[in-house]
Design a protein around this ligand. Structure first.
Ligand code: ZN
Length: 193
């Protein structure tokens, strides 16, 4: 089941003095692939390949663009900063509120716990999914899974927290995340195919 080259497109490179190519390949399973290569020595130094996936209903498609390496580095740095902050928020929640969070649910039925976590079913997960999670890893693991950035609102709300340190962590995360969205948008608008 090997890949076969279907055709190769030659395109001008971003600096205009050379070219790049895209080879379209497919295999016996009906899978498609693209191989992007830069042939201009100048652009090899300054441009890198940026890749992103877009989902249309059930189909996801991968897109490629040539973008300045500087932009790729900035993206990497932003993503690393976000990861670091996410880890920081999780560690902070665990350290400051881990015990209080577990105690909050002590003696409550599973249904009651679910009702609180989802604001009576208004957000993920459905009751049956929740029961499945509890059966799978135990209630304690499910609950400790909430001590992270994505669910910080749930923890803050249920424990009725007024924590300015936590709030500033969250604001910093929001700002980093919106920077990342803006950066990706810029790159996609300016990238060269
Ligand atoms: Zn070039």
């Amino acid at each position: 089941m090997s890949w076969e080259d279907d055709r190769t497109d030659i395109r001008p490179c971003p600096c205009g003095k050379g070219n790049s190519s895209v080879t379209y390949r497919s295999d016996d399973w009906g899978r498609h692939d693209e191989v992007w290569s830069m042939h201009c020595p100048q652009c090899q130094k300054t441009y890198g390949l940026y890749c992103y996936v877009r989902n249309y209903e059930m189909i996801s498609e991968t897109y490629y663009l040539w973008v300045p390496k500087q932009d790729l580095r900035e993206l990497e740095n932003l993503e690393a900063a976000i990861q670091k902050h996410e880890d920081g928020v999780a560690a902070y929640l665990e350290h400051q509120y881990g015990v209080q969070w577990m105690r909050h649910f002590e003696g409550k039925s599973k249904k009651r716990v679910w009702t609180e976590l989802t604001n009576d079913g208004q957000c993920y997960p459905q009751l049956s999914t929740f029961y499945g999670q509890v059966r799978g890893v135990g209630l304690e693991r499910v609950l400790s899974g909430y001590l992270r950035y994505d669910t910080v609102d749930t923890v803050t709300h249920l424990l009725n927290l007024r924590d300015s340190m936590l709030a500033s962590h969250v604001r910093r995360m929001e700002s980093l995340k919106s920077k990342l969205v803006a950066k990706n948008k810029l790159i996609r608008a300016a990238g060269v195919r």
